[in-house]
Write a protein that binds this ligand. Sequence first.
Ligand SMILES: O=C(O)CCC(=O)C(=O)O
Ligand SMILES: [Fe+2]
Length: 274
Amino acid sequence: MAVLQPAPTPTIDPSNPTILQWDDLGLSLIYDFITEAEEKAMIDAFHAQDPLDEGNQKRRISQHFGYHFDYSTFGASETRFTPVPSYITDFLPRLPVQTYLPDQFTVQYYPPGSGIPPHVDTHSMFAEALYSLSFGSAVPMQFRMMGPNDARKMRLPKRSLQSENAGSGSTSTVPGKQCQRPDEEQPPTWELVLPARSLLLITGPSRYGYTHAIRPRKTDVMDGKTVPRQGRYSITMRTTRRGDEIGCDCAYPGVCDAMIREEMAAGGTSEVRY
Ligand SMILES: O=C(O)CCC(=O)C(=O)O
Ligand SMILES: [Fe+2]
């Protein structure tokens, strides 16, 4: 089991204390990004489509809007498109990155106790900015820095290019637990509590060089208190890369699907470069 370190300390602009920033990680967390009324409308809309099987709901439920995920490319389909509901389009003008907007949306319900395995969202097929809007309840998201050993494991063809299907229909390579050697040093691993109605923006190192996950647990420790995990909803938002934009030149070649693919095509088992 990963040994958790304390979460890194954010900087907070005193003139805007609802925004927490970790500049060196490329992470921002915006509290109260949506109102309680918006939150309720989203939950109602979700269950109008997928009624909750109260008590028996064990698995995550996902709804897709915009361009649908394509499992053959790990990107989004060019043709399968579900119109984006107004409860999403309404807040798009409030997103912190306005130079490009998401066009692929996965709305998910996590029943109490469920999570999402550690994964790196596909580098090459989606633009840098990824968002996670949390609602319904708070949950800790776990980030783990990918070290050189993880990178080497992820280069194995078996693990590197097949969909692990971490669940949201939108994820790529993850190092399997079974590959971990017990004598390995744990890479930096920490958790960030995502409160209900908060928006997480993931860019830079946290986007390209860290896995993120929600551990399946019955309880969480938040603010020093052990609390039962409750049902949680999220909207993952990504921007699809098309044509010439597909690719990645990040500084994390070991966990970059574009670079792994290139090296495999060249028949390489080249050294990990970081
Ligand atoms: O539920 C979340 O907040 C994150 C989900 C996620 O990481 C994903 O869909 O790729
Ligand atoms: Fe993700």
